[in-house]
Design a binder for this molecule. Structure first.
Ligand code: HEC
Length: 161
């Protein structure tokens, strides 16, 4: 290899590396955003299942989910795949359709935040199911299945919810 082409190859490698580094930040951010919603739904589940004396906290967790749902779209705008992740190509192949799944989750999360404020435990239980469906219907189409998840390959990755 000539010196010039070796330099060129090294530059290309560096550019690729920079891109992957850049991707890693975006991937980590969107996973942490999602993980936060997972923790909030998990915390509500803990309160409901175990009858914990934190019923008033449900409204706070619900508010947090509704706020986070507004951040989903921008978090996925960049097609960052250069780090271990569970996002499917379909997100960017049909972005408007993905946006519908985002909007549906926002609507459900807003409804649930209202219900949670009301404090009626039966309604809150029902509301959790509807919200869970909104999360699940997006995951079904746009998130890799457990068997294919990066979490099976990467030690120390966030545990699968
Ligand atoms: C519009 C689509 C969409 C909606 C709505 C959505 N998710 Fe996700 N979620 C994803 C995608 C895509 C991933 C994979 C992200 C990645 O690995 O880069 C993911 C990953 C996750 C993860 C794993 C994060 C990690 O650490 O790897 C959790 C937990 C999660 N979502 C919880 C939720 C909860 C709870 C809701 C509903 C309140 C929700 N999600 C709504 C698309 C969505």
């Amino acid at each position: 290899m000539s010196r010039a082409s070796a330099t060129f190859a090294a530059l290309l490698l560096l550019a690729g590396f920079a891109r992957a580094q850049d991707d890693a930040g975006y991937v980590s951010y969107r996973q942490n955003l999602m993980g936060g919603m997972g923790h909030d739904t998990g915390a509500i589940g803990d309160i409901l299942k175990n009858g914990l004396p934190f019923q008033k906290n449900i409204a706070v967790h619900a508010r947090s989910i509704a706020d986070r749902a507004r951040l989903i779209s921008a978090a996925f705008e960049k097609k960052a795949m250069g780090a271990p992740n569970d996002a499917k190509e379909g997100i960017w192949a049909d972005w408007p359709k993905f946006q519908k799944a985002v909007a549906n989750c926002q609507t459900e999360a807003d409804k649930f935040a209202q219900t949670a404020q009301g404090g009626d435990m039966a309604k809150i239980g029902e509301g959790m199911k509807s919200l869970g469906k909104a999360c699940g219907s997006c995951h079904e189409g746009y998130r890799k299945r457990k068997e294919e998840s990066y979490k099976r390959q990467v030690p120390g990755a966030h545990p699968m919810q």
